[in-house]
Design a protein around this ligand. Structure first.
Ligand code: CTP
Ligand code: CA
Length: 225
């Protein structure tokens, strides 16, 4: 106890993190979702908390085992709910990390009753969800840092750089699918970190816990500059 007390680099800092999937309601018993586990966002929350930060974790559906009193969890379901939860907390955040896999579209008119099976095919009309990261990017003021994630299957670097510019991110973390084991529902990730004012940093395949530490180190460097 106490022997390895290193300096807590995020003491006094507020960190907001989005994590997990969103569920977009089709009817009372069905939804559109995705395979995001929320593990990356949760790992980031714990690293920030261990560094002294006060963390607001805005989490989509999933099983999150939060073991730190410095982490406040707000559970949400849809992208709209996530937007509201983020929007009301964003201005207090020194650092915001958008790690959620937000659905791009939602059913235009969710049914009040369970939809009955009928014809040989069916169509559900979808409408675009608000882009949480992009909207917070517009609201960001000096000294606030916004960090995004990207997962691409082609032209990775180009698309990641484009997203960073479009959403006014200070940094974007690109998840690579190129190695076995990187991506959703696994415990490892291979990442590249792009930054507005630095050359890309490539990291080897690591556990999400260690990846989270790499990301937090980069954010700390950014905060210092
Ligand atoms: N994001 C968000 N709100 C959305 C969509 C995305 O906050 N409605 C955030 C994600 O959390 C991530 C970043 O934006 O940090 C990039 O997400 P991604 O799905 O890769 O970007 P999109 O702009 O939705 O582009 P794409 O067409 O590639 O899905
Ligand atoms: Ca998307």
């Amino acid at each position: 106890e106490g022997h390895f007390n290193k300096k807590k680099r995020f003491e006094g800092k507020q960190v907001l993190i989005t994590a997990g999937p969103t569920y977009e309601k089709i009817d009372p018993v069905r939804f559109i979702g995705n395979h995001s586990s929320g593990k990356m966002g949760l790992a980031l929350a714990h690293v920030f908390a261990s560094e002294g930060a006060q963390v607001q974790l805005i989490a989509g559906p999933g099983n999150y085992l939060v073991t730190s009193e410095a982490i406040t969890v707000t559970r949400v379901s849809s992208a709209d709910d996530m937007f509201d939860a983020v929007s009301s907390r964003f201005d207090q955040a020194d650092v915001s990390v958008f790690a959620a896999a937000v659905a791009d579209y939602r059913p235009a008119a969710p049914a009040e009753e369970k939809i009955k099976k009928s014809g040989e095919s069916m169509t559900i009309e979808l409408v675009k969800n608000k882009d949480i990261a992009a909207e917070m990017g517009k609201r960001k003021v000096k000294n606030q840092i916004n960090v995004g994630f990207a997962l691409e299957t082609e032209r990775e670097e180009e698309y990641a750089q484009e997203k960073m510019a479009k959403k006014n991110f200070d940094m974007i973390v690109l998840n690579s699918l190129n190695d076995n084991g990187a991506g959703f529902s696994v415990d490892t990730n291979k990442i590249t970190i792009f930054s507005v004012d630095q050359k890309p940093k490539l990291f080897p395949l690591k556990t999400k816990q260690v990846v989270a530490e790499d990301i937090v180190n980069c954010i700390y460097e950014k905060l210092q500059s």
